[in-house]
Design a protein around this ligand. Structure first.
Ligand code: RNT
Ligand code: ZN
Length: 415
């Protein structure tokens, strides 16, 4: 049977439960996911600083890592050619591109240092999301926006302001809103004596950054909390309560990274609450495994559950990005696996009879809710997915991997 024939058969099966597969595909086509540039080079950036810091770590030394803007862009191109749909790229400030001989510190960054990225995105119809980089820097060793050292804190506030201007530049140039996400690594390994003062300073620093005039319809500022980092086990300044309150009071967004909570706490259960009090919420979709919050996204239960919440609450209210970094496997494959898995999870959610399931719950027919949710798991979502890949002109099933192997042979092993 051809992909189309299998699709037609799946379409009939879904129609029987009131699900329109054509509509699901159309919707999936319109959902952009921000692909994080930092999977391509283990969060290295182009400043030549080397060591990653801030309680995050990329482990592994798989050959072929991108080390120049040209290499990273070529790798992103390769990955995007294997991913259906049109997406966004997510950049960190540490990926600024300087002219030969020029180099400025992070408190001096300007839009022009990202012009090459704008050209790259324009040619491909991509949007850009952005992040101040408050780690892997000599001034980030003892706190950044919450630092007790005034000069250091000023440096990071200025960095944040510059990033806001750069984010607006992206949005203006590309005609696509830019989500600017602030994450800082500040915290303590052991029990602090003063939990309040660092948080008060962080609050003041954020106030100062946000005092920069910017167009709120073009730049969505988000703040990302974290429960702990490596070497920052006992206290993080930017905790969930801190940012949830800060975002609500200042009319900015919370970014929920599903690797940043206690192990039995799930982001899929947080989205509906956030959206009752905020127009939008931003996500970092990742996969936490024990101490690490950044494994490649799989088509697993929590990813599927997050996708259901995105679809049920409204795709336009959720800014979706990926965030992980695995240096132990082919980095391009890591991108493709994560992006395709999140899309599969979104498709899976779009193919559920969501209104019917909600009605069953409302009628307290809970046995039926469980029964149907389980039966739906083996419906032919794969046939719809393959058809989606076909109409998008990207390889179906595992066929994309041959392309990555070829690229590894021809390009990556020669680096
Ligand atoms: C770290 C945060 C943060 C980073 C990126 C590189 O724990 O998740 O989002 O992963 O900014
Ligand atoms: Zn994150």
């Amino acid at each position: 049977m051809t992909t189309l024939q299998r699709y037609e058969s799946a379409k009939e099966i879904y129609a029987k439960i009131g699900v329109d597969t054509d509509a699901a595909i159309k919707k999936l086509q319109s959902i952009p996911i921000a692909m994080h540039c930092w999977q391509g080079d283990d969060v290295g950036g182009f400043e030549g600083i080397g060591e990653l810091s801030g309680g995050i770590q990329a482990t592994g030394n798989y050959p072929g890592k991108a080390s120049t803007p040209e290499e990273l862009m070529a790798d992103i191109d390769k990955a995007l050619s294997l991913i259906p749909g049109v997406h966004k790229i997510n950049l960190h400030a540490s990926y600024a591109i300087f002219e030969a001989g020029e180099k400025v510190d992070r408190n001096k960054l300007e839009p022009k240092h990202f012009q090459k990225w704008v050209e790259f995105a324009k040619e491909r119809g991509l949007g850009i999301d952005f992040n101040p980089t408050c780690f892997a820097h000599p001034f980030a060793e003892n706190g950044t926006l919450s630092s007790e050292n005034d000069d250091i804190r000023k440096f990071w506030i200025e960095h944040g302001k510059r990033c806001l201007q750069i984010s607006e530049y992206f949005a203006n140039e590309l005609g696509i809103p830019c989500c600017m996400n602030i994450w800082i690594p500040d915290g303590f390994k052991d029990i602090p004596a003063d939990r309040t003062a660092p948080r008060a300073r962080l609050k003041d620093s954020l106030d100062q950054i946000l005092a920069t005039p910017y167009d709120k319809s073009k730049v969505y500022v988000a703040v990302e909390s974290k429960v702990f980092g490596i070497g920052l086990e006992s206290y993080t300044v930017g905790s969930h309560e801190f940012y949830m309150n800060y975002a609500a009071k200042n009319n900015i967004l919370c970014l929920l990274d599903n690797g940043h909570y206690h192990p039995t706490e799930v982001v899929s259960d947080k989205i509906s609450s956030m959206l009752l009090f905020s127009d939008k919420v931003a996500l970092h979709v990742t996969r936490p495994v024990r101490w690490d919050s950044d494994h490649v996204v799989l088509f697993d239960d929590e990813t599927k559950e997050i996708a259901k919440e995105i679809i049920r609450n409204g795709v336009d209210k959720v800014l979706i990005a990926l965030d992980y970094f695995d240096a132990s496997i082919n980095r391009i494959a890591a991108w493709v696996i994560g992006m395709r898995n999140l899309q599969k999870a979104l498709l899976n959610a779009l193919l559920l009879p969501n209104a019917h399931l909600a009605k069953l719950q409302n009628d307290r027919r809970l046995t039926e809710v469980m029964m149907l949710q389980e039966e739906l798991k083996l419906y032919p979502v794969g046939d719809v997915w393959n058809y989606f890949c076909e109409v998008n002109n990207v390889p179906q099933k595992e066929e994309w991997f041959a392309e990555v192997q070829k690229y590894e042979q021809e390009v990556l092993t020669k680096r």
